[in-house]
Design a protein around this ligand. Sequence first.
Ligand SMILES: *Cc1c(COP(=O)(O)O)cnc(C)c1O
Length: 379
Amino acid sequence: MRLQTKAIHTGVDKDTSYNSVMTPIYQTSTFRFEDIGRTKGYDYTRTANPTRKALEENITALEGGAGAIAVATGMSAIATTLHLFKSGDHIVCTHDCYGGTDRILRTYEELFNLQVSYVNLQDPGNLRSALRPNTRGVWIETPSNPLLNILDINALADIAREHKALAIVDNTFLTPVNQRPFELGADVIVHSTTKYLNGHSDVVGGAVVARESGLADRLQYLCNALGQGASPFDCWLVLRGIKTLIPRMQMHELNARRVAEFLQGHPRVRHVYYPGFATHPHHAVACKQQSGFGGMVSFELDAGLEGVNRVLRGVKIFALAESLGGVESLIDHPQSMTHASMDPALRAAAGITESTIRLSVGLEDIEDLIDDLRTALTI
Ligand SMILES: *Cc1c(COP(=O)(O)O)cnc(C)c1O
């Protein structure tokens, strides 16, 4: 089966009681035993639940892995993945990772003596220099948030494998529709399903997919031990969202490109961050490893904070909100919103300024989105 068919069918159709075409929501905490020591495959929802299992099978099929866990949030996915390591292990993490990833890594450094190096992985050679004898993991997130820098997954995963370290890819921004980390050598893929996989801004959720069954079993163990599993209802919603993942990603792609091109030509815009432009510094790597450029566009307004605030207040269709990946368009000011908790010096080093604006381009009519931006930019 090809991706779109898997998105609609894998894991979904398995109700033998009444032949429901869609997965039932097994909204139950516990399951009656057939007899002493004999169940129908489920005993307690923290451990496993048929609706969650359906979503896990679906996401496993989309990423092409051996198994997955569906968990409560993207951060649950990241935290559970970090439990694959032990005290004293060293992890190399991309220096411009998601803020929550940075926060949990710093917490685990304190609590569990995890060792973490934050490294600019845009040059894979920097990974080689950062390796230590105890390096066990490489944390890759591409494209980065909000400036959409691209990391070469294949080159980084090769170096990780030589060193027997796990290559972990946060694939939230591009989804398996546009980026296939296992085919590029990754061992583990994490997702915030809150974003494109669910796609409708009505769930927080996460997933971890493993390429090999040994790791998948370990993740299942950790998910149960840590109590991270997503609720049956949330799993049902994400499974519902995924059915339209491919057509949504295609339309995000078209709309985002149009928005990027509009901004590129606008006199009040100093710079547009969009990996689909041939002028983007990592365009070649993006073309090599991605089959699309996604729905995110960031830009530098040619103005200070007052001008930025006028744009943020001036838009009517773009909602001023954090998060991304839903059908509705959102506008974000990283410095005061999504990246506010970041150390100011690190934020500046990453290239995020008071004039940086991030857009999650939704699926509204593109002419309305461009009109909205045009109006806000002239206020
Ligand atoms: C949102 C996000 C997360 C965290 O996911 P939550 O569902 O908010 O916990 C992790 N990684 C990336 C790239 C994200 O965008």
